[in-house]
Design a protein around this ligand. Sequence first.
Ligand code: ADP
Ligand code: MG
Length: 445
Amino acid sequence: MEQALDHLIIWEKALEFARSKSNSLSYNTTFKHLRPLGIEGNVFILECKDSFQRGFAEGEREILEKSLADASFVRFKIRFVLPESEPVKPQPLEKDGPSQKNNLNADFTFESFVVGAGNKFAYNVCLSVVTPPKNTKSKNMFNPLFLYGGSGLGKTHLLQAIGNEILNRYPNKKVVYTQCETFLNEFISSLSSKSFEPFRKKFRSCDYLLIDDIQFLENKEGTQEEFFHTFNTLFEKGSQIVLTCDKPPAQLNSMEERLITRFQSGVLVDVQAPDYETRVAILRNMAQSNHVIFPDEVIDYIANNISSNVRELEGAFKKVMAYTLLQGEVNLTLTSMVLQDMISPQNARKITPDLILNVIASFYNITQDDLLSPRRDNHIAYPRMIAMYFFRTTLDMTLGKISEFFGKKDHTTARSACNKIDIIVKEKKAPFCDEIEELRKRIAL
Ligand code: ADP
Ligand code: MG
């Protein structure tokens, strides 16, 4: 009975954490309407009242998963469901080995993986595991394959892509994909029930063993021992083993030396962070598959500001998409507002003279050189005044320095420019005032 209520207790605590981690908008529009349905293994199931709300919730997945971890000390993955779409049933330990549908996410395929400089090698090696090159002499050339790299860079995606592709091409092959944590939990259950057979049958009779996040074995000596024997049995009969990890084998702590040696005996591949071009390609891909159109400047803004990993990029995209659905359109101002929680101050764009000139020049369709030239034509002199005004108000530059910057002899030019624009702003003179406010937003983005 107590267990049946676990999810409610955990959710109540998690909600408090989520509330403190985010803005009240997210809390009021999304978090508090989610309904905890239950727990399946390490999956926490939350019901959203409609697909619209699910869009919002998806955008907040990271905060919610962190909050659940804080509340329960378990790293739950969340599954968002719609009413009656998926009744919750307790999950028994699989008795007859892996089901061929497995627990693979059908979206994690090679086709949906965007290849760029940082992950090209990993991608190609993973493909080679599915289709070994013809001239490969040794059957075990890619065995084991050890993919490592930071969080959110696509390791799980690639690992599951291997599983999905194998099952597509060779439906009779036995593929076992599992989180290392599940391997550990199932091993512990088999110890406590003293029935090793189903466990061993499952893991030692497959053609492909795909284990995610092997760093979970750190400090778990008993499970390491079991895994060592699983590894050897599979390796000897030529089954392919693919492992992912958040660090290279040599950096694993409290891990048996013989296991590290095994990991190092195959192919080690580093999955690296995506560069700017890859981030743009990933965002375009997401927009396309979600049937939304994001203007280039929005894609550019997200790719420039969210650069550490793809999971965050995806989170940012979903968040903007959810608000877009609500507002009916997407633009730069909305994007920067929606993402302000995710963009840390040190990542935020620094306002510099060059940035101000750039924003103003492109807004008025002139060049930066025009702004810095002595030309007095109104279509250049007016934007120049605005530039001086922003130098003064956002960079806190002295009038003397501003005049110098623009090649003027004394500071009266800068003073008169700043005064004129100041009056427009203070007296809200239309339509100039709107233009200046728009520029202010673009500079601050
Ligand atoms: P990791 O296992 O390395 O922490 P994941 O494989 O879970 O990262 O990736 C996080 C998210 O980013 C997933 O939704 C995944 O589909 C997506 N992703 C990562 N890399 C790419 C890529 N190159 N192209 C498309 N999606 C990607
Ligand atoms: Mg992963």
